[in-house]
Write a protein that binds this ligand. Structure first.
Ligand SMILES: C[S@@+](CC[C@H](N)C(=O)[O-])C[C@H]1O[C@@H](n2cnc3c(N)ncnc32)[C@H](O)[C@@H]1O
Length: 226
């Protein structure tokens, strides 16, 4: 049974952006080679932009510090992409901790601070329209209880590493993710492990390794075949 960490501290990563570190968990929320660089590469470039869609429903597994959500909002406004964003987060950060990560300053969008704070303060779930193009929904639910059916075009699978939280990377979880995806939808994750790829394939996904962000040779990208 996963016990959420209570010893989270902000740490600066190699590209100047911040993540959270837990000594008891032995894990960071992002890569120490660069939280922002990782998030942009894995979720924006290999995910959002790779779909080529102008209107999409995105599921994020593990909202965490909200960096992926913030970047997606920013890209959606910049490129005119219509996004309905659904984030799962059963273990919200302690109130106020997100303020120590400077995410909006780091991405060069201080004007998004109010909207970012609204996303992070919605700790028990809710919805907010952050712009005409970006609608954000949040649920305090574990992915193990995901029961959506053909609802998403793209999934950001951003769980803690398999060694830290193995129950996130099971065939059963990927079957739920598969069911939640529309045919030809994509799922992306920073993880490139063979066991994870095999679990995805057993769940029905077509999974491949693609180049990862700096410091990480590979990552996984999978499609739900038509
Ligand atoms: C690597 S962090 C996510 C980082 C985040 N995407 C960001 O942009 O900051 C993993 C997240 O998964 C969440 N998590 C843990 N167990 C979960 C579960 N059963 N279902 C969904 N999310 C879970 C954790 O609380 C944590 O916030």
């Amino acid at each position: 049974m996963f016990v959420p960490p209570t010893d989270l501290v902000p740490v600066r990563t190699a590209d100047g952006s911040y993540t959270l570190d837990s000594a008891t968990l032995g894990e960071h929320y992002h890569s120490l080679y660069g939280a922002l660089t990782e998030s942009r590469h894995v979720y924006i470039e290999q995910g959002l932009l790779a779909t080529g869609k102008r209107k999409l429903d995105i599921l994020e597994v593990g909202l965490g510090t909200g960096l992926n959500a913030l970047l997606t909002w920013s890209e959606s406004d910049r490129l005119g992409i219509n996004v309905n964003y659904w984030a799962l987060e059963p273990f919200p950060l302690p109130a106020g901790l997100h303020e120590h990560l400077h995410h909006t300053a780091v991405i060069g969008a201080p004007e998004r601070q109010e909207g970012y704070t609204a996303m992070m303060n919605m700790r028990n779930g809710g919805a907010v329209e952050l712009s005409a193009l970006f609608h954000f929904h949040r649920e305090r639910r574990e992915v193990q209880h995901l029961d959506a059916n053909e609802a998403f075009d793209l999934v950001y699978f951003d769980a803690f590493a398999p060694a830290v939280q193995p129950d996130m990377w099971t065939v059963d979880v990927f079957r739920r993710v598969y069911r939640a995806m529309r045919p030809e939808a994509l799922v992306v994750t920073y993880c490139a492990k063979g066991d994870v790829r095999r679990a995805m394939i057993e769940a029905g996904l077509r999974a491949e390794r693609v180049p990862g962000p700096p410091g990480k040779y590979r990552m996984l990208k999978a499609i739900r075949p038509r």
